[in-house]
Design a protein around this ligand. Structure first.
Ligand code: NAD
Length: 476
């Protein structure tokens, strides 16, 4: 598949390619150009030329194109979901949800087009001010491989609706569905150059995009270390920044919780997408009164999980996205044993069997007896490993939940409003769920505190982040 620059298919200037492999089978799926600095420059030039006419359209006209694109994504959802599973690994059910979710996001932004933004300020005899919101210009979007389709929607929807043009760089292991959806946006009527997609590595294409002087904003989603690098590079040009980085979300379960619902929540919260979600449940705090029964139910569920090729409909958990990702998780589990920082209660190894040999499979894993300062609790574990900690009371759970450099999401499972109030007021996180985890509809602002990032995606907050304030002062 080729890149999209100025409405045309493009290969890399230096002729290089990146092979995209299926993580379930190690077979090639397709290849994409290894774009570099010159390709980014060409894409930024196209986006710059497209900016004026695009910004001059009404928001409603821009919204209509997003609405049409949402319809096209729905029309092609089966093929898109299959492609996403083949490049990313997740079960086809999850890919279908993700593709439909992207259509919902585009449709949501179309639906709020034209709603009032800005304000009027009266200064009496001195005059009146009209405070408006104007687009920034060319923006850059950098996407990770874990939820590439949803995250594309989170960036493309608000950036384009607000009147900006975009250069998007997908992750090297999952560029294909992003390219297909960009093609559907063009089919929906997006003028050439408004959305450009340059494939390539983070170090070359990614850094060239962040450093390009004509790019006014970078919206980056990825890990914390890369986020710091992006912030430093973008800072040289005082670019606007949204950083959506890693997380280590705590889930707190109190004795009055609906146990069945909470077990389901913990399972889905940790093992959806093979644990590769920024807001996955990465630390489970169970009140000691319910810990025994809860673990009996959760362990049975984990041990009976059907792990396999995501294209097989019965699969409940697919492979990790790459051999590097699988090896990282295997190392995490090995280190638990080496450092005596926990006991593996379920899983803890690659999946045995010939059909799994070539794929990046790892069993869903539960770890108990984890000391408070274990690496497993302090670092983000981006895969299917769940540490479980028993706590005597809510105060301990909150203290331990906050013992983290991250602050993306957190959940509490309870029926008691007083408990909800305590957790909401004391736990550091961008979102606190009650009796839920993971769910982030497009209306809901999303982003982290601490090392989890800065800025918010979704809702009006995202549109705001792709605009700047410009005031007309009318002196009478
Ligand atoms: P990563 O930082 O390695 O890569 C993300 C993207 O950045 C890729 O497109 C990559 O090519 C690009 N990139 C890499 N180095 C770059 C550089 N020097 N300059 C510019 N771009 C560069 O992230 P990852 O490990 O692939 O993704 C997983 C991480 O993403 C996890 O930490 C996860 O928590 C986080 N994440 C956060 C959110 C959120 O909304 N907060 C959502 C999804 C994933």
């Amino acid at each position: 598949m080729e890149m999209l620059i100025n409405g045309k298919a493009a290969t890399a200037t230096d002729g290089g390619w990146i092979e995209v492999k299926n993580p379930a089978t190690a077979e090639p799926v397709d290849r994409v150009p290894r774009g570099g600095k010159d390709d980014i420059a060409a894409a930024v030039e196209a986006a710059d030329a497209a900016f004026g006419p695009w910004a001059e359209k009404t928001m409603r006209d821009r919204g209509l194109i997003l609405a049409r694109a949402a319809e096209l994504v729905r029309r092609d959802h089966k093929a898109l979901a299959e492609l996403l599973t083949r490049e990313q690994g997740k079960p086809i059910r999850e890919s279908t949800d993700e593709v439909r979710g992207c259509a919902n996001i585009l449709e949501y932004y179309a639906s709020i087009a034209g709603q009032p933004a800005g304000e009027a300020v009266s200064l009496g005899k001195a005059g009146d001010c009209v405070v408006t919101k104007v687009p920034l210009g060319v923006c850059g979007a950098i996407i990770p491989w874990n939820m590439p389709v949803i995250i594309m929607g989170w960036k493309v929807g608000p950036a384009l609706l607000a009147g900006n043009t975009l250069v998007l760089k997908p992750a090297s292991t999952t560029p294909l569905t992003n390219l297909k959806i960009a093609g559907l946006l063009e089919e929906a009527g997006l003028p050439p150059g408004v959305l450009n997609v340059v494939t390539g590595s983070g170090e070359t294409a990614g850094e060239a995009l962040v450093q390009h002087p004509r790019v006014k904003k970078i919206s980056f989603t990825g890990n914390c270390a890369t986020g710091h690098r992006v912030r430093t590079l973008a800072g040289e040009h005082l670019k606007a920044l949204t950083l959506e980085l890693g997380g280590s979300d705590p889930m707190i379960v109190m004795p009055d919780a609906d146990a069945k619902k909470a077990v389901e929540g913990a399972f889905r919260g940790r093992f959806y997408n093979a644990g590769q979600i920024c807001t996955a449940v990465k630390r489970l705090y169970l009140h000691e009164k319910i810990a025994g029964e809860f673990m009996r139910l959760l362990t049975a569920k984990v041990e009976s999980t059907r792990v396999g090729n995501g294209l097989v409909p019965a699969t409940e958990m697919g492979p990790l996205n790459s051999p590097a990702q699988r090896d990282r998780i295997a190392n995490v589990v090995q280190e638990i044993a080496d450092r005596e920082e926990g006991t593996v209660l379920a899983g803890g190894s690659p999946v045995p069997g010939k059909e799994f040999e070539k794929g990046c499979f790892y069993r869903p894993t539960l770890v108990g007896n984890v000391p408070p300062d274990a690496a497993l609790l302090r670092n983000e574990i981006f895969g299917p490993v769940l540490p479980v900690i028993t706590v005597p009371d809510l105060a301990t759970a909150i203290r331990e939940a906050n013992h983290s450099r991250y602050g993306l999401g957190a959940s509490v499972w309870t029926r008691d409003l007083g408990t909800v109030k305590e957790v909401f007021s004391q736990v550091n996180a961008g979102i606190i769920w009650v009796n839920r985890h993971l769910t982030v509809p497009p209306e809901v602002p999303f982003g982290g505190t601490n090392e989890s990032g800065m800025g918010r995606e979704n809702g009006f907050h995202a549109i705001d982040s792709y605009t700047q304030t410009k005031t007309l002062f009318l002196g009478w």
